[in-house]
Design a protein around this ligand. Sequence first.
Ligand SMILES: [Ca+2]
Ligand SMILES: [Ca+2]
Length: 194
Amino acid sequence: MDGNDNNFAVWKKNYPKVDGDDNAALISSRGWTTEKISKRSGFICEADTCVGNLDPCPHAEQIGERFFTLVRDKRNFDAAEGACQALGGHLASIHSEAEETAINAYLKKNGNKRTILIGGTDSASEGDWQWSDGTPFDYVNWKENEPNGRSGDGDALKIVRQGRSGNRAWYDTSTDSAEAFLCAFESCPPSMCT
Ligand SMILES: [Ca+2]
Ligand SMILES: [Ca+2]
């Protein structure tokens, strides 16, 4: 930016925010806004001065407001949740059919593993399912006759691919039986940014 045109501004009402951690300006259809730079979806540069990567979070997939990363490693629930927390997130929670469809598309293009551990658990109270990120357990996609508490301790939740379609259904399962696990983050983890 050459700084010559700072008298021109079309900020949307209530912007720019000065008290948050927003650090980038965005053009929206209703005026300029601010946002955390990690959430930007694209950018416009002045000629000859642009250095950057068009994907600000290349090692995670943005779905809605969150970023998801598949870790192709077999770990039990506590170790997988710890690995996600070490990066600033949690094992993934899922809150709608649309979100699950997008997650399944991401999993399909990342190896299409059959069994994926996510953040659901009923270890605190049998049958009382909770997400490890503390969000409401407000959507389910249990397979018919699941959860049945029959696989080991049955206190973890894995999403299992149904045939080659990429569609998945949920099973309660022992805490160590999935091939990979899915982490979710509120913003792009710094280690996954460019
Ligand atoms: Ca259980
Ligand atoms: Ca089961």
